[in-house]
Each structure stands twice: as C-alpha cells, then as structure tokens.
Design a protein. Structure first.
Lengths: 333, 443
C-alpha cells in the first residue's frame, strides 16, 4: 500500500466535549443573571464586567507569554469565566483601578503562580475577590441602590445588603421581626431586587443558568444541592431554636452570594472534589462554614471564605474519598 | 423493564451503517494466511508443511496445551508457506499460507442449510466438539470456549448469558446473525445450556436492535428456559462484567470470573459457531465480519473465511476510499488500528472499520481540568485521571493500589475527556508495568 495511515491505540472515537465548550457553557449560563444586573444596576454592571473580563484575559495572555514563556491559551475561555465571575462578585460602583488589581491577583496569584488552568488549588476569582475585600473594605462594601439611576457608575447612591441589615440590626439588639420590615419580600429577593454584588442578586436567573449547566452536563447536581441543603438545615435549626434572633432558612438561601457561590464558584472543576461522596463532604462543609460566618462571624456574608476554606481540603478529600469500585464486595442481588 | 448496568458508561455515536444489510458470502479468496495464534493462550502447533494439499475444514494446527485450541483450513488448496507473517498486531507471527482452489470440504462436514434441531450429543461430547472445532469467544476476546464451559470443581453455573449487546459502535455482525440465523442460534444456546448443565439462558440485547429483540423473543418462546432481555443502550454493556451486572444484578469481584457468581457469558457469534460445530460437524473456519466506515462505498456484512486478507474484504465493500486515515480491526472504541490492509482476518475479527483522515487524528492534549468526567463514566469505578498521573510519575504503588488492573480498557475515559488527554494509553502502560512488578514479586 502506498498511502500512509495512522496507527494509534484505541479508542479511535472521541466525544465532542472540550474545555472550550464547557467554559463557554458557563458563560452562557451567566447571561440571564447579567441581564438582571443590567436592569437593576445599569451602566455600572457593564463597566465593571467589561474591565474585569478584559483585564483577566490580558493578564493571562501577558503572564503566559512573557513570564511563563508558554503559548497563551486565552481562547480556552477559562480566563473569560474567571473575569466574569470576579465581576459578578464585585459591587457595580467599584473604581476601575481596584477591578484591575483584583484581576491581577485572581489571574496572577490565584491561577498562574500555580501553573495555570488545572493546577490552582483555590478558585481564582474568589482569590481576587477576597483580596479586594480585605484590602479595600470600604469600597467593597458599598452597594448601589437597585434601580435608582441606570447611568451612574461610581457616583451611585449606596445602601446595605439584606444580610448587612440583618447583621447590623441583630448586633444592635433589634428583633428579627422589625428587621424583616426593612428588607424586600422573599419574592423580590428571589428575583434580585436588592443591594448586592453585580451578579449575586438574582437567585432566579442564577438557578435558571444552573439548570442549563446541568442539562448540558457541565456541572453535576451534588455540590449545589449539598450546599443548599446544609444551609437550609443549619439555619432552619437555628431559626427553630430562636426565631427572634435568627433569620429563616429561606432568607439565607436567597440573599447574599449563596446561589452564585453554590452553583458557579464551588462547582469550579479544578478546585472541587472528583467523586460524588467527596462533593457532598465539600458542599456540606461550605454550607456549614457559610452559616457560621453569617451568624457568628464578623462579616455579614461568608460564602467566599467558606469556598476558599473548603478548596484547601479538596486534595485531602480526593485522597481519602474513593469512588465505589465495581466488584469491591460480592453483591448477590 | 429495560435494564442496564448502574455505574458509569457513555453513549458514543452508533453509526451502525450496515445494520440493514443482509449477510453476503464473500467469494473465495485466492490466498489465505491463517495465523496459528488467533486465541488467548498457547499458539497451536502446525500439522502441515509447504506443498501439502489441504481440504476445507481440515485440521492444520492442533491445540497445544490447556489454554489453546485447534485451527482448520478455511479453503481447499496447497500450503505455500508455514512461516512468520505479519498479522493484525503488526508483528510477524507464525502463520500458514494456503493458495485456494475450488472448495472441497473435509468428509463428515454437513454443508447443507437444513436446520438440525435434534440434540443428541451429551454435555461432554458438546464440549469435546467445541474444542475439536477450534471455537473461541467470537466477541473479540478469543478465549477458547471449551474452557469456559468446563466449570471448575466447587463452582456451579446457574444461568447462561448470551451476549447480543454489540455495544461497540459501527459493528453489526451480531445483529445480522440474530436476524438471519435465529433458529440456529437458539439451538446453539440449547447446546451451551446442556454443556453447562443449566436450565436457564438470558439473551441480552440493547434496544437499538428492536427487530432482533422481537425475532429472538418469538423464537425463544419455543425453547424452554430461554429468555430475551432488552437492555438500555450504553457502552460498554457488552463487557462481560457489565453484562452480568445488567442482567442478573451480580457483581463479579475484582480479579474473578463470571463463573464465580454462577454464570457463564458467551457471544452470539460463539453460539452460532457451536451450533455449526455440534449439529453440522463444521469447524470454525468462517465468521460474519462487518466492513464499514463513513466513506466506504457499500458498508456490508460478509461471511468470511478465516485468513482472508483485510484488503480483499475491503475491496468487496467498494474498495479503500481515497480518504482513509485509519484501518481498524474491530470497532472504534476497542478495535486495533492496522499498519496495513495486507493482514488476515482471524477468529476474533468482528469488523473492519475505515476511518477518514480528519477523524484519525487526536485532539491536542490540554491540562487536566479535573472535571471528573472520567471518574463519573468509568464503569469499573476507577479514577482514570489519577491512574494517568500516577503512571506518568512512575508511582507504581499508587497505580496498583488504585486498582489499575481492574481496567478493561473500554476507552470511555479517553473518549469523554474534554482536554483530549491520552488517559487509556497511560493506564495501559501502568497496567503492564504493575503486572510485571506483581509477577516478579511472586518469584
């Protein structure tokens, strides 16, 4: 035979999944939440998102090209997702230079210093966010009013998040029933009509995107469900014990960054466990730590910290939690 | 209820282009190269020399040890060579080359098409006949069938499982056999049941073959203890352990065989060969082979004499397309890529697949993003990403403890990986290294 043919070991067929498809799937899933954010926060949402994405992708490109001497891989979409998620975790009135610092920390420290995609132990977007949160506490905790003027950016009028209102109120000794009057009803909270970070406000849109990711097999249900369940149960117990000083479980589910964290940040492939049983341990850990910070901690919100803390346990979980092996024990059914 | 195995599995594109094409008898080839090692175990011992005249069905190499079997001439003609020739592995191995003339069958072989339902042989006679006829597992593993039927002392078979799953994409030979040789299959299954001394046989068929399920179900009603089970489509359901789990909900333990949970699995093709061997006295000298591919002119199912060159077979299906990137012996998931089409088909060849060049290259390899897809689809409950990394860094203890040897090389992990990582390639390396280490430990 005169023609050269390929000889390679099996399999000879491949699925159509690619890292790129998975990453862009996350981007599509975040679109509804972004639209809601545009509706409530206007131009600020657009500016913050654009700066965050562009600077994350630029830092990834520059670091890969000039520091790591590697072929830049910004087209795989992972820097885009990091940029988008970082933006979703920032207030929409954040000055542009703080966003760029956040992007540098997220990509430079959170991702590239460990070797790039696949090797970072902590969620890069959260590394960036928490760095900013600790470095610029004032700017990071002033949230614009939803729907006042859609054309204001850093000059927007601000207020506290529902979680902040509750935390401050309870610290001051105000009973829960009075505090609930100061914040919108559950339905409005669910749709996203509240103070908060750019992309965290609308549980509805975030869950819709989550269902899309489940349908496209981008994520599995284990991590979000275990986080929601553990938060629900833990806050439910506290609320049953003392309804005067504790917000109800539904309130905890729809406020703050819980849905964004549970569906989009905790499910980050690189920094979450490999086996369903491990995902449960990880998810429950995040839920419990989140509630502990919210209820007893100094900060009103704790999802970011909870995810980062559990990220640190992931290698340990992967080492000790193994999948159920086939033929481990004789099962005669 | 439609059953399946619960853990892992994937759904590759089926691409069964030849499913509706009836089996055609391939015209006699001019030459056949019959390797003496077409089965797992010791190569058979050649009984003929250059210049010998042989008849179709004549024994030309005999079983050489317990795990071995007989090999018969698939044509009538003159032996031209008994020497090392390239086989489908790409290596040169001992084979017998015969120039074919007009067919003259060895005496005592019934070549008529008449169905012979009456079973007169005893169980031991059936097993003897299967060894004499050189029957091996035709699903691809080519383990000598008589050994599987000789149940070791202290173990007992309760049910016979017939593998009509054909979960491998593209292949349709078993499907056609079920449609066209249903009665013969049923008799073959009765023979296997008698040899094993079991009263029950389950035929597992995936529900992408509803015609075969209907046909065999209607036939099965005439045969006591035989039942067709519909299975959900999922690869690798045709793997022995997965099929046992799907049909009788028992898990074959690590390192054990189906007989350890009271069952024996045989392929559809094997059941047909058993019918021919026992009822027609015909040794295994031909089998059904699918020739297919996206660019091939007429995807076909052929009844092919063992030893026919792949090139002859492809020629009969319209020739090798200009756009040929790979020639695969078997299906796309577990088949082996051939170095050339000038190698013979053997007892284990269930199909020849021609892959166009744009589908022959692998995707670029990216970093592992730990998406856990390989873990979730592994039908054996292993962690392919970990086995790959452990092999790459030569952590052989870890490879062994993470049970690399349980891997049956179904290829689901490499198939699903979004980063295009060569997971199975590394796991194979890990497996063979660990096997060597274990062997040296025993010495």
């Amino acid at each position: 035979m005169d023609k050269l043919i390929t000889v390679s070991p099996s399999p000879h067929a491949y699925g159509d999944d690619s890292v790129k498809r998975l990453m862009y799937g996350v981007v599509y899933a975040l679109v509804p939440a972004f639209i809601i954010s545009l509706y409530f926060f206007g131009i600020g949402a657009l500016i913050v998102t654009a700066i965050s994405i562009v600077s994350c992708m630029a830092f990834e490109y520059l670091i890969q090209k000039y520091l790591m001497n590697a072929r830049p891989s910004i087209t795989d979409g992972s820097a885009l997702v990091t940029g988008l998620l970082l933006a979703f975790n920032l207030p929409t009135n954040l000055p542009w230079w703080i966003i760029i610092i956040g992007a540098l920390v997220a990509i430079g420290v959170g991702k590239m210093s460990f070797g790039g995609l696949g090797t970072n132990p902590f969620n890069p977007a959260l590394v960036g966010r928490v760095f900013l949160f600790i470095s610029f506490p004032a700017q990071m905790t002033s949230w614009p009013e939803p729907v006042v003027s859609r054309l204001q950016y850093t000059d927007a009028a601000t207020g506290a998040t529902p979680l902040g209102v509750v935390k401050e109120g309870l610290n001051a000794g105000v009973p829960m029933s009075q505090l609930l009057e100061q914040i919108p009803g559950y339905m409005e909270l669910f749709i996203g009509h509240m103070h908060g970070c750019l992309g965290e406000i609308s549980a509805l849109a975030l869950i819709a995107g989550g269902i899309y990711m489940l349908a496209k097999k981008i994520i599995t249900w284990h991590i979000p469900v275990s986080i929601f369940l553990s938060v629900f149960v833990f806050t439910g117990i506290l609320w049953l014990i003392n309804p005067y000083d504790n917000a109800g479980p539904l309130f905890h589910l729809v406020t703050g960054g819980l849905v964004l964290g549970a569906v989009y940040m905790a499910t980050d492939y690189v920094t979450s466990p490999m086996v369903p049983k491990g995902m449960w341990i990880y998810g429950i850990g995040i839920g419990v730590i989140t509630v502990a910070i919210r209820v007893w901690g100094a900060y009103p919100e704790g999802v970011s910290f909870a995810i980062l803390i559990m990220n640190a346990f992931v290698p340990l979980i992967n080492k000790y939690v193994k999948p159920e092996r086939f033929g481990e024990e004789v099962k005669n059914g | 209820m439609i059953q399946t195995f619960p853990k892992g599995g994937i759904h590759p594109a089926e691409d069964k282009f030849a499913a509706g094409i009836p089996i055609r008898v391939l015209p006699l080839p001019k030459t056949v190269n019959i390797p003496v090692s077409q089965h797992i175990g010791a190569p058979s011992e050649p009984l003929v020399a250059k210049g010998d005249k042989v008849k179709t069905g004549q024994l030309i190499a005999k079983s050489n040890g317990f795990v071995s079997t007989n090999i018969h001439s698939s044509v009538t003609g003159t032996v031209t060579k008994v020497d090392k020739m390239m086989d489908s592995s790409g290596y040169k191995r001992m084979a017998i080359s015969i120039d074919a003339e007009e067919d003259q069958w060895e005496e005592g072989i019934d070549t008529s098409k008449t169905l012979n339902r009456k079973i007169s042989a005893t169980g031991d006679e059936i097993i003897r006949k299967i060894l004499d006829a050189g029957i091996v597992g035709l699903g691809g593993a080519t383990f000598p069938s008589h050994i599987k039927l000789s149940v070791p002392r202290g173990k007992k078979a309760e049910v016979l499982i017939i593998n009509g799953v054909e979960c491998e994409p593209c292949l349709t030979s078993d499907h056609r056999l079920m449609l066209e040789k249903g009665e013969e299959l049923m008799v073959g299954i009765q023979l296997l049941m008698k040899a094993l001394n079991v009263k029950r046989a389950l035929i597992g068929i995936e529900n992408n073959k509803p015609d075969a399920i209907r046909h065999l179900s209607s036939l099965a009603s005439d045969y006591e203890g035989t039942e067709v089970k519909t299975l959900q489509i999922k690869y690798p359901q045709g793997a022995e352990k997965q099929l046992v789990k799907a049909l009788i909900k028992r898990e074959v333990p690590s390192g054990k065989l189906p007989i350890d949970v009271g069952t024996v699995v045989h392929n559809i093709g094997t059941a047909f060969a058993v019918y021919e061997a026992v009822q027609k006295n015909k040794p295994l000298i031909e089998r059904v082979i699918t020739v297919t591919g996206k660019k091939i002119e007429s995807p076909s199912n052929f009844m092919v004499r063992i030893g026919t060159l792949v090139s002859d077979l492809v020629e009969a299906a319209g020739g090798l397309p200009d756009d040929t990137g790979k020639i695969i012996n078997g299906g796309p998931m577990m088949g082996k890529a051939l170095k050339t089409a000038d190698v013979p088909v053997t007892k284990g060849t269930s199909g020849i697949l021609i892959v166009p060049s744009d589908e022959s290259r692998r995707k670029p390899v990216l970093n592992c993003v730990r998406c856990a897809k390989c873990v979730s689809i592994c039908p054996m409950g292993l962690e392919p990403y970990l086995l790959q990394a452990a092999t790459e860094f030569k952590k052989w203890d870890l490879v062994e403890n993470e049970r690399a040897l349980d891997c049956m090389e179904c290829g689901s992990c490499s198939y699903i990986c979004p980063s295009g990582r060569p997971l199975l390639d590394y796991i194979r390396l890990g497996k063979s290294t660990v096997s060597k280490i274990i062997r040296s430990r025993k010495q």
